[in-house]
Design a protein around this ligand. Structure first.
Ligand code: SF4
Ligand code: SF4
Length: 403
């Protein structure tokens, strides 16, 4: 206890909860050596990690604590890495004897969540758009989807194709294939580029070390199974109280694999179109439609469950300021699947044009907000898992803990 109290005093003395500052060393022009001061939220993570490093009760809960034991000090890159490695399962908060109202006020999930939100904005590309993370909430998501859908509906009305006789599900009679491919290819391509540059900058900052096949395999397994949403004991996360539940892990899986099935449906349809010369529409029993239907159902069940959990979650476990961003992304996923399934159900009717315009507007809004919203957490967390798998294979110079 005395050791912990001394650490808390030291940590309070050392950290400066100031605004973001970059201190550049005076001197030689190159190479530029940058000393990055911690922001207030980063300093808070560093303070808490020093307490946890003395306590270590939660060492087996997740990958964060073993990574922590490899460090005695926590700089900006360490803090950003650990924050993105945290899966916000809540286990360490509910287990912690130093959580508020204790004077140490340790709340690791909250501190990590605050820094995570900050890292998305800091690494965003182009940097000027980083502020969108703070504004990308539920209202913006719904307004963007509604605006784009309305734009497409008005375009059809102007062309006289909004109301039409049944077209046997032939979408291309409404929006030509090449027009759709160009529109979505451009928006999706930009999202991939922006996220790719952002995560590359993060990757460089955390000094990952040598990538190896076993490390990649381990990180992929941990990401795909969401290993660290099991609370370290297999019984799951804490949501609104001390009870464990695997619900968040399962709803994440419905969402992720639903998204991937929809992506597979589009990829297979593209191959049919360009390689086999078989343009849409496809039969209900065809591979693209079966994949899309299964994916759409996954994308209904998963986000609906995540929204339900989000509404009930203990607010102390995360950064409540990020909830609008979480809900905006969930809402767009739900709308994408609901409008997609409605389009499939009524594709043989005269309402197909209207349903197609609404669905395309929603999907466009989803793609446009991918780089500046909640989707980023999957990308940065996967990178942090890979760094963790690499680090585990490196010699631990401190020899103060085991991982
Ligand atoms: S979260 Fe609390 S119980 Fe867990 S290691 Fe940190 S100080 Fe100890
Ligand atoms: S909230 Fe869960 S994942 Fe995050 S540090 Fe605590 S135990 Fe680890």
């Amino acid at each position: 206890m005395q050791q912990l109290e001394a650490l808390v005093r030291d940590a309070r003395d050392q950290v400066s909860p100031s605004e973001d500052r970059v201190l550049r060393n005076a001197g030689g022009p190159q190479p530029e050596f940058r000393v990055l001061a911690l922001t207030g939220p980063e300093a808070e993570v560093a303070r808490q990690m020093q307490i946890c490093n003395a306590c270590r009760y939660c060492e087996g809960f997740c990958a964060v604590f073993p990574a922590m034991t490899r460090r005695l000090e926590f700089g900006k890159a360490d803090v950003n890495y650990l924050a993105n490695l945290c899966h916000n399962c809540g286990a360490c908060y509910h287990a912690c004897q130093y959580a508020p109202p204790h004077e140490f006020a340790v709340n690791v999930p909250h501190a990590m969540a605050t820094v995570r939100g900050q890292t998305y904005a800091e690494y965003a590309w182009p940097p000027a758009l980083g502020a969108l993370y703070k504004r990308n909430g539920l209202t913006v998501a719904l307004a963007l989807a509604a605006g784009l859908a309305l734009f497409l509906v008005l375009a059809l009305a102007r062309n006289g194709t909004l109301l039409h006789a049944p077209l046997a599900g032939n979408f291309y009679a409404i929006f030509p294939h090449n027009l759709m491919a160009a529109m979505f290819g451009a928006v999706f391509g930009f999202a991939v580029l922006a996220l790719g540059i952002g995560v590359t900058r993060f990757w460089r900052d955390v000094s990952p070390g040598q990538v190896s096949a076993p490390a990649v395999a381990e990180a992929a397994k941990n990401a795909l199974t969401l290993k660290y949403l099991d609370g370290g004991h297999g019984d799951g996360c804490n949501e609104e109280d001390d009870r464990f539940t695997l619900a968040r892990r399962r709803f994440h899986h419905f969402t992720f694999y639903g998204f991937m099935l929809c992506f597979a449906a589009t990829s297979v349809a593209t191959l049919y179109h360009y390689l086999l010369g078989l343009p849409a529409p496809y039969a209900l029993t065809s591979l693209p439609v079966l994949l899309g239907t299964a994916g759409g159902i996954g994308l209904l069940v998963g986000p609906a469950g995540l929204l339900w959990l989000n509404l009930r979650r203990d607010p102390a476990q995360g950064d409540v300021k990020q909830r609008p961003m979480d809900r905006g992304f969930i809402a767009l996923l739900l709308l994408t699947s609901a409008t997609g399934l409605a389009l499939l159900a009524w594709r043989d009717s005269g309402a197909m044009g209207l349903l197609l315009a609404v669905h395309l507007g929603v999907v466009m809004a989803l793609f446009a907000t991918l780089p500046y919203g909640k989707f980023a957490h999957g990308i940065y967390r996967s990178a942090a898992l890979l760094k963790s798998a690499i680090e585990k294979r490196q010699a631990n110079k401190l020899q103060l803990g085991s991982d």
